[in-house]
Ligand binder design. Structure first.
Ligand code: ADP
Ligand code: MG
Length: 728
């Protein structure tokens, strides 16, 4: 081991757990203590303001300035009592993280001093100087400024000394520059469309919620080892590194005992999350060494997504307290599993019904089937777009590789639900009376409730029905879930609207409601058959089959992004009022640009490491071998010396070949980047980076990894996989 490497490995090895003090209170007592939730609103707001703000949250009633001022005043009083001195509008720009700009609660008092103040105006709106957030040209072409606006549906919270106010981020001309604004619009669209469809089955439903339960996977790495790996530090993944002889083959990590140091980190994270009102419930080891997962109880989608972003920020912060760095990248290590973020998604009513769970009566089950079939139709019609919504330079390493969902979107339904659908499809009865005998024949009344505990889990499906919800598994660990959730909810909203129009037309022709519904469902089940696949998504046969079914099989991320600008996508987003063409075009510019930048950074980092770590180290070792060969000649007769040096000569030559190859490729990569950088359009540039630069990264890595195997371990400067993955 090189001296530096030895030191960091030794110090990582010796590290002991930092104990997280146990809380005196029970979770139920400190849950939400740092959140301005309803209980606090009740305590800190005048009665009228409390009524209006809760009405705004529950029913979307607009807030007047007077109420906003009262809310701001209440929030500030509470926050100051909690020790907060600053506030910030907390928003989700089109990067993976969140953004915040802190301002103190102080204003001049007119007498040379200051007073603590926070007005309704400041609560509602802020103008961050945000010209350096990605905007795809919207703010250049239209209006230079953007502003953030309060989202009352997600409660304010305190982190450290700062009151954080969840906000959307939009241009003055109205276009959204973030993830939250279109997500809120999509949730509104699906609410309206789903309520309308629910009314076929009774009039009591007033609101339909979209629920999200995310499962966050991540790696932990000792921070000393992390600091000694420039690639991890700068790109979030290892750009080189030979597989460890042992990694996950023994399957001994999954659900194994959680190491003490990690456990203390998890406890800390859970306590802080609970204080922020995030209902973390599950924690366990994942498949790969040093890989873990956490999941909360599901919540309303907008809130759940804010909570996910907050948890990712907490993980980054708290991991350092415990001497770790958290890796949220989808593929930090080659040869072991990558990390995803399963999005468990469903719709549910304000009357407490989960619309994707079977019920007890024929009507309930027809409603269940109605929602399932509409989801299938939406996913079928927009499968390419859904894939685009989860695609990124980083998630590309995971999709299509052998442990993750394939790069083709299909739906898994399981045996029971598949049977129910095929039964329905093939029963040709014209005017089916559900409550009567024929309804029973259709089996609609007897969908087994056991579906809820569906253990028929197909891990290879990117979009699987799991009993009372769908699990969108292709989402990346680092992603903002809103990207996938806004597309899914908008697509389902559009589909439900189309469905309702068709059913209404039949009713207008004199058809009985349920008969009309059944007729449209039968047609739709036939129409979206191509999306249903229960087999092995990793197999090559499936790739061929999916192609012949007409599903989107594109694997190049920059080309996958084209899906956002296809006619039927634009139409869908415009029909549901989620985004317009200008916004979609601008956002795609951002996506292509991001893609290019990420690959560009990786290429630079790999080039640097190759030139100033790998080649010098390999050459040093090679020189010591050459030295040995010469000395052998002094010691032994020529014949004997050359036979004794045969192995060394081979290695000397091997190192020469590989280092020459690496140097040539690094030079060629620099040239290729120069050419690509001159390309004018972001799309074509991203395609060039994908087609030309990405394969070069792989070729260079291949030879570096081979060198790692032959070069003396004492000289190797970079921590190896066996150290990164097994020392904690
Ligand atoms: P898994 O076996 O896939 O790990 P879990 O039981 O741990 O599944 O649940 C994963 C996530 O799904 C949790 O966040 C859970 O709250 C959420 N979930 C459960 N039911 C629903 C539902 N109807 N809608 C949305 N999310 C749900
Ligand atoms: Mg799951």
């Amino acid at each position: 081991m090189s001296k530096l490497r030895f030191r960091v490995v030794e110090s990582a090895f010796k590290k002991r757990a930092v104990e997280t003090p146990l809380m005196k209170e029970r979770p139920s007592e400190y849950f939400g203590q740092n959140v301005f939730n309803r209980a606090k609103m009740f305590k800190y707001l005048p009665e009228k303001a409390y009524k209006q703000i809760t009405d705004c949250i529950d029913n979307g009633t607009p807030l007047d300035r007077e109420t906003a001022t009262a809310v701001a005043e209440g929030m500030r009083t509470w926050a100051t009592e909690m020790g907060a001195t600053h506030y910030t509008h907390w928003f989700h720009p089109l990067t993976e993280g969140t953004a915040e700009k802190h301002d103190a609660f102080i204003e001049h008092d007119g007498k040379g001093g200051v007073i603590e103040e926070f007005s309704g105006k400041l609560l509602i709106q802020q103008e961050p100087d945000a010209s350096s957030f990605p905007n795809g040209g919207i703010r250049n072409t239209f209006e230079a400024r953007g502003y953030s606006a309060w989202d009352p549906s997600s409660p304010a919270f305190i982190v450290g000394d700062t009151l954080c106010i969840p906000t959307i981020f939009i241009a003055y001309t109205g276009e959204s520059l973030d993830y939250k604004a279109p997500l809120l619009k999509a949730l509104d669209a699906v609410n309206k469309a789903a309520v309308d469809v629910c009314h076929y089955f009774g009039s009591d439903v007033k609101k339909v919620y979209s629920y999200l339960g995310w499962e966050q996977e991540y790696f932990l790495v000792d921070e000393g080892l992390y600091a000694a790996r420039p690639d991890l530090l700068l790109t979030g993944r290892t750009l080189m590194g030979h597989e460890s002889s042992k990694n996950q083959q023994l399957e001994d990590h999954y659900f194994g005992a959680i190491p003490t140091r990690v456990m203390e980190f998890m406890k800390d994270l859970e306590i802080e999350s609970l204080k922020l009102g995030i209902p973390l419930k599950t924690r366990h080891n994942e498949v790969a060494p040093n890989q873990y997962e956490l999941a909360p109880i599901y919540e309303e989608c907008n809130l759940a997504n804010d909570h996910n972003l907050l948890v990712m920020a907490l993980m980054r912060k708290l991991s350092r307290k415990h001497g770790f760095r958290v890796l949220l990248h989808e593929k930090p290590f080659k040869g072991v599993n990558g990390s995803g973020k399963h999005n468990n998604w469903s719709l549910g009513t304000d009357t407490g019904v989960l619309l994707m769970a079977p019920g007890k009566t024929p009507e309930e089950n027809l409603r269940f089937i109605t929602f399932i079939v509409n989801v299938l139709m939406a996913v079928y019609r927009h499968n390419g777009l859904l894939k685009a919504s989860i695609s990124s330079a980083t998630n590309a390493h995971r999709l299509g590789a052998n442990e993750a969902p394939p790069a083709i979107i299909s739906c898994f339904l399981g045996t029971q639900l598949s049977e129910v659908l095929s039964h329905l499809e093939n029963s040709e009865d014209e005017d089916l009376n559900l409550a009567g005998k024929q309804g029973m024949q259709l089996n609609i009344a007897s969908i087994p409730e056991i579906l809820i505990d569906n253990t028929d889990r197909n891990r290879t499906s990117p979009f699987a029905f799991t009993g009372n919800r769908f699990e969108f598994r292709a989402v990346g660990s680092e992603a903002n879930c809103a990207s996938a959730m806004l597309v899914l909810n908008a697509a389902v909203a559009e589909q439900l609207k189309a469905f309702k129009a068709e059913v209404d037309a039949k009713i207008a022709e004199g058809k009985e409601t349920f008969a009309a519904i059944l007729e449209v469902l039968r047609k739709d089940i036939k129409a979206c058959k191509a999306i249903h696949f229960d087999g092995n998504g990793y197999s090559d046969e499936w790739k061929a089959e999916a192609q012949s079914r007409g599903l989107d099989c594109e694997t190049s991320v920059p080309v996958i992004f084209d899906n956002y600008l296809k006619q039927q996508s634009i139409q869908m987003f415009e029909n549901t009022d989620v985004m317009n063409k200008v916004e979609l075009e601008a956002r795609n510019e951002v996506k292509w640009e991001m893609y290019t930048k990420k690959i560009q950074i990786e290429a630079r980092v790999l080039g640097d490491i190759a030139m100033n770590h790998i080649i010098p180290t390999a050459t040093k070792y090679q020189t010591s071998l050459i030295d040995n060969v010469y000395k052998m000649k002094d010691l032994f007769p020529a014949d004997k010396a050359s036979s004794l040096s045969a192995r060394n000569l081979e290695i000397i030559e091997d190192i020469a070949n590989r280092t020459n190859f690496i140097k040539e490729k690094v030079d060629a990569m620099v040239e290729a980047r120069k050419v690509a950088n001159k390309i004018e359009t972001e799309r074509e540039k991203a395609i060039a980076y994908h087609d030309i630069i990405v394969p070069m990264l792989e070729e260079i890595r291949y030879h570096i990894d081979k060198l790692e195997l032959v070069v003396d371990d004492q000289m190797w400067t970079l921590p190896k996989y066996r150290e990164l993955l097994f020392i904690r």
